[in-house]
Design a protein around this ligand. Structure first.
Ligand SMILES: Nc1ncnc2c1ncn2[C@@H]1O[C@H](COP(=O)(O)OP(=O)(O)OP(=O)(O)O)[C@@H](O)[C@H]1O
Length: 952
């Protein structure tokens, strides 16, 4: 049994007071915090409900719960309902119970109701935002000049999300509490950055970095004529930029910009509530507002103990929420600043690095006119955890270099300060046999594969296992990359050599063949014939000149022409997609995920074929990613991104794609409007008409401000640190022809190799099956309607007939409805077929058989999709009838079937919003039709809540 070391024990035992643990990788932070939890709830008078334990992913929350159970007297049943959860699910719970009127605190009349959904898919939200934005543009001509600089509205959604994560919200009259201050920025904070960047170097002999950088001022830019000349900005005969430039670039009238963002943000909140949805950020926003405003409620909810794991991943609003939820000073945060790699999800590394200052200023701010946080921000106890239970000493020492190397030739790190912030770790491993190596090759993929072959079974790369050394296998190795694309390329190369590799990086859904064909057919239907047909014909195997001929003469293959006609007759984009996938035999997970995505965006918006084309095109452009795992054999190499590997460990790590422009990736924020600390809200572009010449100009002040704020490469270094510290025994780096600056600076010799992997014969191992499955964490949970039905009522229903009989009747009904030739034997004992025939003969509308139905539904803050197959849909001009065949000999299961049909009802209601929908059971034995009264979505949700033990 593992026992805690002294430092860990100290944290476990000291349960009261303010604690900050900022400790390195693999030092047992999660291990310790879970035992501390067990210790707290073991005290007299403390119940699990008194202790809030927060983290950032549902998986992490689940794992903590599992770890706690084994150390405490409470069982899983109690802990399942205990507040061991993510910020999002906590906010969801608060709003569900108390949040109905939360929007009124911002002056918004719309309510948060039972049916308010949580939109988790960014693409879906972007589509909704686009719809909202078009409407906003129409109703706000006063902002035309801003609209002119926006080419992609999603960038504005990005600004809104960023402000939300910072706790800046609009209200009816302006900005909630002190929000406007953040938008204006903090001149003093900016000035101190400016001054330090503007210090002359080499005892005054060399110009400041800032002055040197501003040589670029005006290069490739088009400023308004009132912009000062470069010489005025840089100053002449001086080593520094004139200090008044700081004020001059900071001060600008931003009232128009602020009011544009205010109205856009405020009306978007209203739009979202009217359309009955929230995003993750808005969940936190409304929970925060509620806790700020409703003092009685805050006291009622607040916890005696609050602990946060992975604190380096918290955003500003999350830190403040945790403070509002803490009724005592028993507040403990645990994390590692060196592993803060989620700024794109608004994590603020300053929360942990400047814990004391932030704690003080946030408490001050929250208490400005009412005491919301009742404790003093001192004293703060800090505990160092210095023993590492994962890597060898050599790797631990080497990993520190990751935080000290430059990211580009022009980047220079303040190594003295960073070194000061690193607490050296000591390794607990028994063996010290690390190999730290690097190689580069013309073909990096092949070189990596050859290296993997070199490592497997090689004693020189032996790994520790249960206290002894053994030669490595494939599964000991992980290949980690900064960006996803490389992993997929490597996966392709491995297929060629039949190496066992499991790529766990997600797929770009809209780059799949399924999506491309769907897009092609939609283009054909929408009259964009050449592009559409070219892709369809190419997929069908036509050669380029054949395609050119067909396009020119418009003599499309007959079968394809009639397929197009059949698509034309379909009403909904979902039906079109399904028909296309079924024609091409696409039945796997990718088709399912695509259908689900289309269905959910269609449910939320009035998606036309043209909209769907643009939706897919945007998805292709953005490289929208959906997490899917390739299930390979158990003994296979893992390939994943560094982000995905966080928290994991592997005996051997290959950090790949250490190439220029790939790590750090090229590009940056080029949004025309952006928010950045400490300069606040700024616009990079502005529209003006000068001498009747309309043009989009660059903003010279924002340009200088951006030069003053050095590009943040710190997070890229932290990513490198995270990657290295995943390794237990050996670390290797690989690059192609153009190694990055990191690799040049790391203290490891880079060997040039020309290795070629050898193909593994089929007889040696089977090719890893490329089955794709959607994991719970990133995508909605899937449920079938049967999961919400009680099983016991079915025990007797097929009595005498059996499920095979049921299947046979269903197959028969499908074939008959499709007009296929079937025989209808007359059988008095089982008149089911004859009844089906007379039912179908009596229907005179369009018949759709075996239709897939997906109902996304929000349960406890998670998206769950209930999917099933509707036996028959009868489409009439004014009405849609859902018919589900049942071969039961009695009607005692009807209440359970009601749930199933209710799911179908809601799916079709969103597909045919203008028509009446009915749902009925057709009892094939008697020919009776039993129409059901559908449950509301709220009722379905409660059924799900009761049956789903824990939604991941
Ligand atoms: N006192 C201990 N004795 C033995 N093993 C320990 C001890 N403390 C932690 N470990 C083990 O070390 C490993 C790392 O622990 P844990 O995941 O809690 O670390 P962490 O600090 O949260 O890591 P990271 O920051 O990389 O996520 C786990 O396998 C854990 O069981």
């Amino acid at each position: 049994m593992t026992s805690p070391n002294n430092q860990q024990q100290e944290l476990i035992e000291h349960t009261d007071g303010l604690y900050l643990v900022d400790a390195g990788a693999g030092t047992g932070k999660t291990f310790t915090i879970t035992r501390r939890y067990a210790n707290i709830v073991g005290q007299d008078g403390v119940e699990p409900d008194d202790v809030l334990l927060l983290t950032f992913t549902n998986n992490a929350a689940g794992e903590m719960r599992d770890r706690i159970v084994s150390h405490c007297e409470y069982g899983m049943r109690t802990l399942r309902d205990a507040p061991i959860q993510t910020f999002h699910s906590l906010c969801h719970d608060i709003l569900e119970k108390h949040g109905v009127d939360a929007p009124t605190h911002l002056g918004i009349e719309d309510r948060i109701t039972d049916s308010t959904r949580l939109i988790t898919d960014e693409l879906v939200e972007e589509a909704l935002f686009k719809e909202y934005y078009d409407q906003f543009v129409d109703t706000h001509p006063e902002y035309t000049d801003y609209f002119r600089i926006i080419s992609n509205p999603s960038e504005l959604l990005g600004v809104i999300r960023q402000l939300t994560a910072k706790g800046v919200f609009p209200d009816e009259d302006g900005w909630y509490r002190n929000g406007e201050q953040s938008l204006d920025g903090d001149f003093e904070a900016f000035k101190s950055i400016f001054d330090s960047y503007n210090e002359p170097r080499n005892d005054g002999r060399k110009q400041s970095k800032l002055r040197q950088k501003l040589r670029q001022f005006g290069k490739n830019k088009c400023y308004l004529p009132n912009a000062p000349p470069k010489s005025e900005i840089r100053g002449s005969r001086t080593k520094q930029i004139p200090t008044e430039v700081a004020q001059r670039v900071f001060d600008t009238d931003r009232s128009g910009l602020k009011s544009f963002i205010h109205d856009l943000y405020y009306e978007y909140l209203e739009f979202a509530l009217q359309r009955n949805y929230l995003n993750f950020g808005f969940l936190q926003l409304f929970a925060f507002v509620l806790l700020c405003e409703d003092h009685r409620l805050r006291d009622e909810i607040a916890f005696e103990y609050v602990m946060i794991d992975e604190f380096q991943d918290s955003s500003e609003i999350q830190f403040k929420l945790a403070l509002l939820l803490s009724s005592t000073k028993n507040f403990c945060v645990v994390g590692d600043w060196k592993q803060s790699i989620y700024s794109f999800q608004y994590a603020a590394v300053e929360n942990i690095i400047e814990f004391k200052t932030r704690l003080e200023s946030f408490i001050d701010e929250l208490n400005d006119e009412y005491e919301r946080v009742s404790f003093d921000p001192s004293p703060i106890q800090t505990i160092e955890l210095e023993e590492n239970y994962r890597s060898t000493q050599e790797i631990l020492e080497f990993s520190e270099n990751g935080l000290l190397v430059s990211a580009t030739s022009r980047d220079d790190v303040d190594t003295v300060t960073v070194r000061d912030q690193i607490v050296p770790l000591s390794s607990n491993s028994t063996y010290e046999q690390s190999r730290i190596e690097a190689f580069h090759a013309e073909d990096e993929h092949e070189a990596i594969l050859a290296q993997i072959q070199e490592i497997v079974n090689n004693d020189q790369y032996a790994v520790e296992d249960d206290g002894s050394l053994r030669p490595p296998t494939y599964e000991d190795i992980a290949v980690l990359t900064r960006t996803r694309d490389f992993g997929r390329e490597l996966q392709r190369a491995t297929n060629e050599y039949r190496l066992p590799v499991a790529y766990e990086g997600g797929i770009e859904l809209f780059h799949t063949n399924q999506a491309k064909l769907l897009l092609a057919w939609l283009r054909i239907l929408e009259g964009d014939t050449d592009r559409g047909w070219a892709a369809v014909l190419e997929q069908a195997g036509y050669l380029l000149d054949e395609i050119a001929h067909i396009l020119e003469t418009e003599s499309y293959p007959t079968e394809m022409g009639s397929f197009k006609k059949s698509l034309d007759s379909l009403e909904t984009v979902g039906a079109i997609a399904r028909r296309i996938f079924s024609k091409y035999g696409y039945t796997g997970e990718i088709a399912d995920v695509l259908l689900q995505t289309i269905q959910s965006v269609h449910n939320e918006t009035m998606l036309t074929r043209g909209d769907l084309i643009r939706f897919i095109e945007r998805g292709i452009e953005n490289g929208s990613i959906h997490e899917v795992n390739v299930n390979a054999d158990t003994d296979s190499v893992t390939v994943q991104t560094i982000h995905a590997a966080k928290g994991l460990e592997y005996p051997i790590v290959i950090i790949a794609n250490m190439n220029s422009g790939r790590f750090p990736p090229r590009g940056g924020n080029s949004s025309p409007i952006s928010y950045q600390d400490p300069v606040g809200l700024r616009q990079r572009k502005q529209f003006a008409e000068i001498d009747r010449l309309a043009h989009i100009y660059d903003d010279w002040q924002t340009d200088v401000l951006n030069h003053c704020l050095p590009r943040e490469y710190d997070e890229e270094r932290r990513l490198l640190y995270v990657a290295i510290t995943r390794a237990e025994s050996h670390v290797l780096f690989s690059a192609g022809e153009n190694p990055n600056t990191f690799l040049e600076e790391l203290p490891v010799e880079v060997e040039s190799v020309e290795a070629e992997p050898t193909e593994v014969g089929m007889d040696e191992r089977e090719e890893a099956p490329l089955e794709v499955s959607v994991p719970d964490s990133a995508d909605p949970d899937r449920q079938s309607p049967h999961s919400i039905m009680r099983d016991d009522v079915f025990d007797e229903i097929t009595e005498g007939m059996g499920t095979a009989f049921g299947d046979m009747i269903h197959d028969f009904a499908e074939a008959y409805a499709k007009g296929e030739e079937v025989s209808v034997p007359v059988n008095e004992e089982t008149p089911d077929k004859a009844n089906v025939v007379s039912l179908i003969d009596s229907l005179n509308g369009e018949l759709i058989t075996e239709e897939n139905a997906y109902l996304p539904i929000d349960v406890n803050g998670s998206q769950v999709t209930i999917s099933g197959i509707i036996d028959l849909v009868h489409v009439l001009p004014d009405r849609i009838e859902i018919i589900d065949y049942k071969t039961d000999r009695g009607r005692h299961a009807e209440s359970e079937y009601r749930k199933q049909l209710s799911v179908y009802y809601h799916v079709l209601e969103s597909v045919y919003p203008d028509r009446e929908i009915t749902a009925a059971i057709y009892y094939t034995a008697t020919g009776e039709i039993a129409e059901i009264d559908p449950l509301t979505k709220g009722e379905l949700r409660s059924t799900l809540q009761n049956t789903t033990t824990q939604i991941a």
